[in-house]
Design a protein around this ligand. Structure first.
Ligand code: NAD
Ligand code: UGA
Length: 479
């Protein structure tokens, strides 16, 4: 079939991950006339996207299963047929992973673009006719230049032409579907007005035109890094204040409320917690740090680096504090961990504060009993065994654990609490709001401590049940 320039019928998305999967599902749902092929080289992941049992989808996002049920097999297809789907696509989204480099120049800070480059080469090799290539992955400023250069030098066939656009994704995990269905804005950066309009027209099926922003390509790439840096900076700011609250008798919830009512500050993203996690905040800030240094802006680099340093410090502060409260030693003591995902409503554990905190507690000799409603035991095992990289100074920590006997997984919260000295809440899952603390108290060893790093519990209920409570940012903690 001949392809008409900028007329979009077939879309191919390379990368069926946390962004590619939900984003393409929503586009398919809102645009029944488009055919969308989501491709990935990971055949296991594709198999899961195609599983009949929707509980087995590789990504847990509220509302995603319903869309998959409506669209999959109709205008939304998941496969490993990368070559064929690139070839028939009018528009290709690159939605692959861009983690921090672990080796070579820029290790520990710069993004590793090898997967993006591989995609560009595959597109150059297999695309036919006119193709709009959209950067959906979060990329350092000027990556579009690399993609363009690879595409321009393609000798695969003479009828190829390309346009490259930047269209960063702002969804947050756990609320991906509502974020995609009702975005604050859609950002499209590019040079070709026709290509920009072709992509805008897709979004206009459900996003009001005034929410679709057009910028130059570099502003678009930089805006994505900046948005994440600003959001993460707010969390480090409030977490720094929570430490001060604990020392002074102030309450971080009251401080957040008081400052959040200032319309210039706003109330969102002011919840103090165990430190930000997720696959992107740290990686994107470090990327910004690397770019700033590259352009000789050391003070700018230092400013943003401090946001990550504070986050690391804050996570380790919590594990130290738990040890101190439990009479200075946790060796052989049982600590029940409630929540391993980096936030509620996702099964994602990448950079979860739980990883750093649990590793610290294991290092001190504790026995951990871990519960999470969506993260499975195998994933936790992988995370706890992983070699962690201190991405600020880039020194590898040699902390491989001999895990036997040091931790276990338990689906039943009450069994997990059996004979425990402490319970630590690390993820704000809704089901932790319904815990029967009277029942828990009877099961725990005395004196029993509850550490609420997400501030989700009713302090009165905990204290009435003969339990000691520590809450993040609470000036009464010292009692
Ligand atoms: P992910 O790791 O979940 O998914 C990436 C997928 O790409 C993997 O399944 C991998 O197998 C596949 N892949 C890599 N190279 C490939 C190739 N050459 N051909 C075919 N498949 C290939 O990553 P993600 O969380 O979806 O993130 C993707 C990008 O989106 C990143 O740049 C990230 O910064 C950005 N982002 C992520 C989020 C989020 O919430 N996770 C939000 C906004 C932006
Ligand atoms: C974040 C951004 O919110 C998205 O806009 C962006 O698209 C995405 O990163 C990305 O580029 O990957 P996400 O990491 O999925 O989304 O989730 P957030 O809701 O931002 O939470 C990140 C971390 O901050 C979590 O660990 C969360 O618990 C923590 N957090 C968030 C707090 O500790 N306090 C808050 O008030 C808010």
């Amino acid at each position: 079939m001949t392809k008409m320039k900028n007329e979009i019928k077939n879309i191919c998305c390379i990368g069926a991950g946390y962004v590619g999967g939900p984003t393409m599902s929503v586009i398919a749902d809102k645009c029944p006339n488009l055919k969308i092929n989501v491709v990935d080289k990971n055949s296991k992941r594709i198999e899961l996207w195609n599983s009949l049992d929707l509980e087995l989808l590789p990504i847990y996002e509220p509302g995603l299963d319903k869309i998959i049920e409506r669209c999959r097999g109709k205008n939304l297809l998941f496969s490993t047929e990368i070559k064929e789907n690139i070839s028939s696509a009018d528009m290709i989204f690159i939605s692959v992973n861009t983690p921090t480099k672990t080796k070579g120049i820029g290790a520990g800070q710069a993004s590793d673009l090898k997967w993006v480059e591989a995609c560009a080469r595959e597109v150059a090799m297999f695309a036919t006719g006119h193709t709009i290539v959209v950067e959906k992955s979060t990329l350092p400023v000027k990556t579009a230049e690399v993609i363009k250069t690879i595409l321009k030098n393609s000798k695969a066939n003479s009828n190829q032409t390309f346009e490259v656009l930047s269209n960063p994704e702002f969804l947050a995990e756990g609320s991906a579907i509502s974020d995609l269905e009702d975005p604050d804005r859609v950002l499209i950066g590019g040079e070709s007005e026709d290509a920009i309009m072709a992509l805008s027209n897709i979004y206009r099926n459900w996003v009001p035109t005034d929410k679709i922003l057009h910028t130059n390509i570099w502003s678009s790439e930089l805006s994505k890094l900046t948005a994440n840096a600003f959001l993460a900076q707010r969390i480090s700011s409030i977490n720094s204040i929570s430490a001060l609250c604990e020392s002074t008798g102030a309450d971080v919830r009251e401080v957040s409320r008081a400052i959040g009512l200032d319309s210039r500050i706003g109330s969102r993203f002011l919840n103090s917690g165990p430190g930000f996690g997720g696959s992107c905040f740290k990686k994107d800030i470090l990327n910004l740090v690397y770019l700033s240094k590259f352009f000789g802006l050391q003070e700018v680099a230092n400013f943003w680096e401090a946001v990550v340093k504070l986050n690391n410090w804050h996570q380790h502060r919590l594990s130290k504090l738990i040890t101190q409260k439990l009479f200075g030693t946790i060796s052989g003591k049982k600590i029940c961990i409630l929540g391993f995902a980096f936030k509620a409503n996702t099964n994602d554990t990448r950079e979860s504060a739980a990883i750093a905190i649990c590793k610290d507690l294991l290092e001190e000799g504790a026995f951990l009993c871990i519960n999470d409603p969506k993260v499975n035991k195998d994933q936790i095992e992988l995370d706890l065994k992983s070699k962690s990289i201190n991405s600020i100074n880039y020194s590898e920590k040699t902390d491989f654990f001999n895990l036997e006997g040091e931790w276990s997984f338990e689906e039943d919260i009450y069994k997990a609490a059996d004979n425990a000295d402490a319970i630590l809440i690390l993820t704000e899952w809704n089901n932790y709001l319904d815990i029967n603390w009277n029942r828990i108290s009877k099961k725990m060893r005395k004196p029993s401590w509850i550490f609420d790093a997400r501030s989700i519990l009713n302090p009165k209920e905990i204290i009435e049940n003969d339990l000691h409570l520590w809450r993040i940012g609470d000036g009464y903690n010292s009692n």
